[in-house]
Structure formats: structure tokens, C-alpha cells
Design a protein around this ligand. Structure first.
Ligand code: SF4
Length: 294
């Protein structure tokens, strides 16, 4: 969209930010250790200078002042100090009069490092949705994949974001526990989500690519990948265990998934389960292996 903007590649964004302007407030990820994640392994984490961020905004403003949505990249713009992030948000809303929302990834650690008051300030300045990778609710698995947070810390981080007024979108990863821990992973992931009560849940399917060797060394020697129908059964257990107390969008629309689902919990739970059961009996409706992607 923007011709002269120089990104520090690669750049990632959630599927729901496909129509957003991506601006880099940071490069890389401040944690960068999750065993399943290769997104920023080639980048050294750094917070970009406000001046560099401002120059990017000026470039976009000259070419396309009608921006309505901005996604702050890379891995966790919440690592930026609150006064700087506040300045960046003000700059965005001032520069783009039609701007409706600014969103970013967050990780448990940088959410916990911000005070409640800081989070509230950022929310009031127009940061609206936070995307938090929960991955699993299985305590031991969180440690094995080096998520950098315990189950209790992930819950605290998620609740803290919601209390500050953010819309919270979380992702979990099907198959990350392998065959041995599949049921435990599904059940524990459902309960961690029940404790957090996010606004959006997205389930991805584990795809390792070049990091397979490292992931397996971390996940334990018994770890074995799931087959396609085992992924579906794990997804079924997860959905079955979800008890959402307020409306929550549940999606498996990520390109890594075999089955694209979408519904609002709690009311669509039975319909979601029926669709999974149908897919288990009719595998021809599933996304072919060669079409799946990260
Ligand atoms: S916190 Fe997120 S971006 Fe960073 S390594 Fe983990 S999964 Fe990747």
C-alpha cells in the first residue's frame, strides 16, 4: 500500500490485521525464545527511536492520509516505554484523522511489567486490541516450550489487559503437546481460557519448518506430531471445555489449520462441535496439506 516505507523484514501481523497499516515500533521480539516460533529469530530485539517512527508516519501521511487501522509491529510494542508509546499513539491519531484503532502483539512478560495505570493510559490513548499468545494452559508444556511465563502469569497478564479496558485476542496452538500430551494440553488450554475470558480466541495448528529439531529437543524425547484427525479431536476437546461467560469470537481461520471454523461462544458451541464431528467423518472438507501455511 505504502510505496516508500522501508520495513525491516520479515514483518508479521495477525490474520485480522490484513487491512491495517503496519508500522514498526520495535524490531524483533523481546523474549524471542519460544521453541515453536521462528518469526524473529533472525532479528536482534530493539526499540526503534521515536524519531524513526515519526519519519515512517510522515511518509505514510504524505501518500495515504486516510489510514483507519494501524498494527504496531514487531513482536511486542508494549516493550516500548509508556511515555514513548503514548507519544506514538498521539502522533498516529493526530496524523490520520480517520484512524479508528491501533493494535499490537503483547507477551505475558511485557504486560506484567506495565502497571495497571500505564495500561489504562495506553488504552485511553487509543491502543485498542492486544494479541496475546497463550499457546497452552499446560504448565509443564509452557516451561518446555520456553514461553517465559507460568500458567498463573499468563492468566494474570490476560486479566490485567482486560481490566485495563483492552479487547484481548489470544492464540493457542493445536498439536503443541504432541500425541502424548494432546488431551492434557486441550483440557488445560480450555481451562486457562476460561480463567482469562478473552474477547477473541484463535487456534493455530503447529507447523515447525526449520525449527523442528530445536522444538523436539525442548519438547521432550517422547514428543510425536499429531495426525490430521488427532488435531481435529484435540480441537474438539478444546471447544468442548470452553465456558465463556460473555461473547467471545472463536476462530480457526489461520492458514495453518485443517478446518476453518468461526463462531461466537457460548451460543455457537454446539454448532462448532457438530462441524468438527462432520469433518472427522468427511475428511474431504479439510484443507489439503499442501495448501496449509504459516
Ligand atoms: S513471545 Fe511471541 S513472537 Fe516472541 S518468541 Fe514467543 S511466540 Fe515468538
Amino acid at each position: 500500500m505504502i510505496l516508500d516505507l522501508q520495513y525491516n523484514e520479515p514483518v508479521f501481523r495477525p490474520p485480522s490485521e490484513a487491512n491495517s497499516l503496519i508500522l514498526q515500533a520495535t524490531l524483533g521480539c523481546s523474549h524471542n525464545r519460544c521453541a515453536f516460533c521462528g518469526m524473529y529469530k533472525m532479528k536482534e530485539f530493539r526499540i526503534r527511536k521515536f524519531e524513526d517512527f515519526r519519519k515512517d508516519v510522515e511518509i505514510v501521511k504524505a501518500e495515504y492520509p486516510g489510514v483507519r487501522r494501524v498494527f504496531l509491529a514487531d513482536g511486542d510494542a508494549l516493550a516500548v516505554k509508556t511515555p514513548t508509546l503514548q507519544k506514538e499513539l498521539r502522533l498516529l491519531y493526530h496524523s490520520f484523522p480517520k484512524l479508528e484503532r491501533v493494535t499490537t502483539y503483547a507477551n505475558p512478560s511485557n504486560l506484567l511489567h506495565k502497571s495497571d495505570a500505564e495500561l489504562k493510559i495506553l488504552r485511553e490513548e487509543g491502543l485498542k486490541i492486544l494479541y496475546l499468545g497463550v499457546e497452552t494452559g499446560d504448565e509443564e508444556l509452557l516451561a518446555r516450550i520456553d514461553k517465559g511465563a507460568t500458567r498463573a502469569e499468563v492468566i494474570e497478564a490476560g486479566r490485567k489487559a482486560i481490566t485495563a479496558g483492552f479487547e484481548l485476542s489470544v492464540t493457542v496452538i493445536l498439536g503443541i503437546g504432541g500425541r502424548e500430551r494432546s488431551e492434557r494440553h486441550a483440557r488445560a488450554t480450555a481451562t486457562i481460557l476460561n480463567e482469562i475470558q478473552p474477547h477473541y480466541i484463535g487456534a493455530l495448528t503447529l507447523m515447525l519448518g526449520p525449527f523442528e529439531g530445536y522444538f523436539k529437543s525442548q519438547a521432550g524425547e517422547k514428543w510425536a506430531p499429531l495426525e490430521r484427525d488427532e488435531f481435529l479431536r484435540e480441537l474438539r476437546m478444546l471447544v468442548e471445555g470452553l465456558e465463556m461467560e460473555k461473547e467471545c469470537m472463536f476462530r480457526t481461520n489461520h492458514a495453518s489449520n485443517y478446518l476453518a471454523l468461526g463462531g461466537t461462544l457460548p451460543q455457537d458451541k454446539e454448532a462448532l462441535l457438530e462441524t468438527i464431528d462432520y469433518a472427522l467423518k468427511n475428511p474431504q472438507v479439510l484443507r489439503p496439506e499442501h495448501v496449509r501455511a504459516l
